[in-house]
Each structure stands twice: as structure tokens, then as C-alpha cells.
Design a protein around this ligand. Sequence first.
Ligand code: HGY
Ligand code: MN
Ligand code: MN
Length: 405
Amino acid sequence: MTVTDRLAEIADIGRDAERGGYSRHLLDATDASLRDWFRRSASALGLAVEEDGDANLWAWWGAPGDGAVATGSHLDSVPGGGAYDGPLGIAAAFEAVAQLQAEGFTPPRPVAVCAFAEEEGSRFGLPCLGTRLLTGAVEPAAALVRADAAGLTLEDAWRASGRDVAAVGPDPDRVARLAAFIELHVEQGRDLEDRGIPVSTASAIIPHGRWRLEITGEGNHAGTTTMDQRADPVVAAARAVLAVQEAARARPPARGTIGKVQVVPGGTNVIASRVVAWLDLRADHDEDVRALFDAVLAGARAGVEAEGCTLVVHEESFTSRVDFDAALTARVAAALRPEFGAVPSIPTGAGHDAGILSSVVPTAMLFVRNPTGVSHAPGEGARDADCEAGARALAATLRELAGAA
Ligand code: HGY
Ligand code: MN
Ligand code: MN
């Protein structure tokens, strides 16, 4: 098989006819099908699959044990996401194992292929939910009360799927077995395309915070309420959006986004009573994100008050900067050298489970060139030949890391 063949097997799961691309979310209708594919792919390679208490899947090549080398990514997507963000890392991992098996390699160390739960946070609002729970970066009680857009809590969704709520939480014994974790991922920018290079390692993930802004005004009639009588939260939200743009542009290379807005009640002839807007801020260092947030908040608050509305802000997540393990990354780069020469090590503005895991195990990443540079949208891309190059790079990495006892 090839990586492309493997991705083709899930190409029809979770297509989003309205948004385009894929909408695949934890414990939704697509989740079981994607997990079935994972199990089938693993079993075809003779790997034994287990699901941990946090809904993360582990496919073991060799008996689970100490000194394990794990690789993998996630199967969930953003709403209307691309085909590669997440699944490429899993398809490439299975393909890398297949290649190593075909060459007769038997790893002295156990190798695990992982699929981590809800990396995007698109359903329950917390990115890297599965690895945060696994590593203890979030308390189970704090995660289980989170609700999706329909108001269903993670706890209720968990129970409805037949999973055990009591099993949710850190698994230090499982984490302690790991000697290294490698995540292969489509690049979410054009750096490698511009350099003309198919694969690279990663140097760092910049920090990232997400907040929920609740702007309350006064619901009223669109025809009878004169313009001077309004407390319109949609206008206040528009001012907040501009405050985000202004604050982020004033602090390059910071990034500020409001990509999700709910207008309540949402009628053409209704002045809304409430707007909920979700804010995503990123910058080079944790303190830069905090300073950007302060500037956004000051600007948004002024705009909201100018419209006679009120603002309440909730922090939904904060993910600190990660600098990947330099020694492990150098080892990965050395393993890639025979085929790929000297590959660059590049930073990314996107979050990854590898970032969460880096707090408990030496971690590195591989990026595969993306010709469009687009991600979190249907235009995300990776050439077939580059996906196969990624699998060969991952196989070389596993041969190196799992090959030494
Ligand atoms: O970067 C993100 O928003 C996500 O964690 N992939
Ligand atoms: Mn993503
Ligand atoms: Mn991803």
C-alpha cells in the first residue's frame, strides 16, 4: 500500500457537504468509522490495538513495554477541515511500520501508533483533549463538564458512547513506558514549498490561547428601535473584531483571530440580545500572548461599552510555547540525512499533541510539504509523492529510535 491508498480508505468519512472538506469530531457519527479504520489498519499489520481511558488509540508493534517509541497524530478535524491535518500522521505511521516489516526489521523496542482524541478541540473546546487528559495537563472533572454546541457535556457524550467516565484521567504508567514520541504532520504553511524541500523537522510550537467573549446587549425590534436607542451586541462584536486585528497587527508576528461567532437569537429583523465570539491569539512567547490579550481586551471593552453593551470573558485554554527536544530532533535529522540531506528545523504556529507530550517525553516532529500552504480549510494539500517521502522519513526515524535497545 501507500500513504495515499491509506488516506483514500477514509476519504468518504466525515465529508462536510455544506462547508466543504471534512468535519470529524470526537464521539460524533464519524468517530466510530475512523476508529474502525484505525483498528483494521493496525490488525492488517499484526498490531494489537487498545484504547486508553481517555479515548486515545494505541496500536502496538511488539508487546507494550518500557522504552517504547510512539508515533501518530489525530483523526478529528476542525469544521470543514482538510484531508491531511491529523490523518496524514497516522496513515504515514502505518505505512512506515509496513515498510519496516517488509524489509524484515524487528524493533528491539516496542513501537506504538497512536490516534489521539479531539486534538482540534472543535467539539468540546479544549485542544489536545486526549493528550491533556493522558498527561494530567487537565483535570478530568474540568474536562468532563465542557459542553458541545448542542449543550451536551463531554461526560454525557462519553457515557452515551459506552465509555467509562471513571477511567478518564492521567495514566502515568502508560506515559512512563515511552522513550520518545514523533508526530508527522502536514506543514500548515508554505515554508517547505518555498524552500523546495519535501520534509523537515520542527523546532518549536508558538504559544496559543483561546477565549470566549460574551457580549450582552438588548434584544429589540429592528424596525421600531431607532439607531440611538440600541444596545446592539453585533455592532459591539464588530468593534471587538477590529480591536483584535489592530492589536495583533501592532505586534508582528502575533496572530489574532475571531473565527466563530454566535448571534442570539439570530433573526434578520431582530436586534440581537447576545453575541458569543471565540478568540484565538498566538505569539512568539507566553508573555507576548498575555500582552496581546491585554491589548485586545482593552480595545474590545472600549468598543463594547461604546455600544452600551457588557462584556464577560472566559479563558478556554492556554497552551505554552514548546521547544522540541534538540537531541532527539538532531537524531531524527541524522536518520533522514541519507535520503533527504540536511533538513531544516522549522517553527510552527499550529498546536499539536506532540507539544503536550513534550512535557513528559522527549518529542520531535516531522513536517511534510504543503503546496498550497493552506490548512484548517478544504484547500489543504500534500502531494502524493511527498506523503510517501514522509512515510520513508518516519520509517528511517523509527528504525533509528526503535532499532537501538
Ligand atoms: O493549532 C490549533 O489550533 C490546533 O491545536 N491544531
Ligand atoms: Mn489542526
Ligand atoms: Mn493537526
